[in-house]
Design a protein around this ligand. Structure first.
Ligand code: SAH
Ligand code: MG
Length: 254
């Protein structure tokens, strides 16, 4: 679809933008009639260009097409309850999710859980280590200051709530049904297994389970998100796959 052939009409709430195909500059009433006649209408809530720029600039591990999918699914789910992310890191994916919460409005909120000490692969000597993220006082990784800067700069502090702690401990005390769970935490066998076991029961019926870094082919990357989260979720019969974008898998709870 060509951008200039799209017209935007604000409907119902300020957050919902309906775009429909049209010729140049039809007036609003004509557009709505056009829409009713052809039914070729897409209800689209777009990520603001400003927030997209923040997401793209943020430090982290979330390709733009997968981030866009997170935004899209979060927009769909947030009217039903909160979104929770495991693995905040420096806030990159949280900006995509927080942008959805801002677009949907109301009480929409995204929780994001991380101990902010980094995964195995973020530690010194490993592939994804970034020395600028080490706290000189403790010598430990600390991504929380960068995370806070990312979310504050994006203006999303009212929509993204950081939970600083170990994923499994938080999950065991968690009680609110989740409209969407996004697992992008520790990629070792034990953390992946723990996240699957402790978090997935919190997804509400009809809710979504999104999993990052799912690599069915070992040549593409580590196995645990695939073997310890994706496969058990599918074979449990509790979830069905509805989408795949890059290494992102989106499943729906039956
Ligand atoms: N979603 C991020 C990337 C997450 S990287 C992005 O968009 O860039 C994975 C994160 O999971 C790391 O920040 C690490 O600290 C966190 N993590 C790993 N194991 C964890 C655990 N058991 N509890 C809490 N956080 C954990
Ligand atoms: Mg990831």
């Amino acid at each position: 679809m060509v951008e200039r052939n799209l017209a935007k009409v604000e409907v119902a709430s300020s957050s919902l933008v309906v775009r429909s195909r049209t010729d140049q500059g039809r007036p609003r009433a004509a557009l709505i009639a056009f829409r009713a006649r052809t039914a070729r209408v897409l209800a689209v809530i777009e990520m603001s260009q400003d927030l997209l720029a923040h997401a793209l600039a943020a430090k982290g591990f979330m390709p733009p097409d997968e981030g866009a999918a997170l935004f899209r699914y979060a927009v769909r789910q947030l009217p039903h309850g909160p979104v929770l992310e495991v693995g905040s890191y420096c806030g990159k994916s949280a900006v995509y999710l927080g942008a959805a919460a801002r677009a949907v409005g109301g009480d929409s909120i995204v929780f994001t859980v991380d101990h902010h000490r980094g995964s195995e692969e973020n530690q010194a000597g490993w592939e994804h280590h970034d020395p600028s993220l080490v706290d000189p006082e403790t010598g430990l990784m600390d991504t929380l200051p960068v995370f806070r800067r990312t979310i504050a700069a994006a203006g999303l502090e009212a929509r993204v709530a950081a939970v600083v702690g170990h994923s499994v401990s938080v999950a065991r005390a968690w009680a609110t049904p989740l409209a969407m769970l996004f697992i992008d935490g520790g990629h070792g066998v034990a953390p992946a297994r723990g996240d699957y076991r402790e978090w997935t029961p919190h997804v509400m019926p009809g809710g979504l389970l999104a999993i990052h870094d799912v690599f069915p082919d070992p040549a593409d990357g580590g196995r645990p998100p695939y073997e310890e989260i994706y496969l058990p979720a599918v074979s449990s019969g509790r979830f069905e796959e509805i989408d795949a974008v890059g290494s992102l898998r989106v499943l729906r709870r039956r």
